[in-house]
Design a protein around this ligand. Structure first.
Ligand SMILES: [Zn+2]
Length: 98
């Protein structure tokens, strides 16, 4: 994978980017993109997230249950409005927001 272009955090903030990359390593030695708002290294964040998920399986289940309830409600709403086919097509063509 090619390295992302280098950009200062302040510039990323100005441009409204969610991530930035300086080429410097984080305190754990990752040379990776960082979150613009928090300044956190994305590799560290992913690791912390995995660790949290391992330790909180019941919360993970609860969160995904709520998300699927929301999803079902959304599609029910679309179907009721007759928009489900349009919405499905949009879902296929639009790239997912990062
Ligand atoms: Zn890191």
């Amino acid at each position: 994978m090619p390295r992302p272009i280098k950009i200062k955090r302040i510039e990323a903030l100005r441009l409204g980017l969610t991530r930035y990359y300086t080429g410097k390593t984080c305190k754990h030695g990752h040379r990776a993109e960082r979150n613009t708002l928090s300044g956190n290294c994305s590799v560290c964040a992913r690791k912390a997230s995995r660790k949290w998920k391992r330790r909180n399986p019941e919360k993970v289940r609860e969160i995904s249950r709520k998300a699927s309830v929301r999803q079902r409600a959304k599609w029910r709403r679309y179907r009721r409005l007759g928009l489900h086919l349009v919405a499905r097509m949009a879902q296929r063509t639009e790239p997912k927001e990062v």
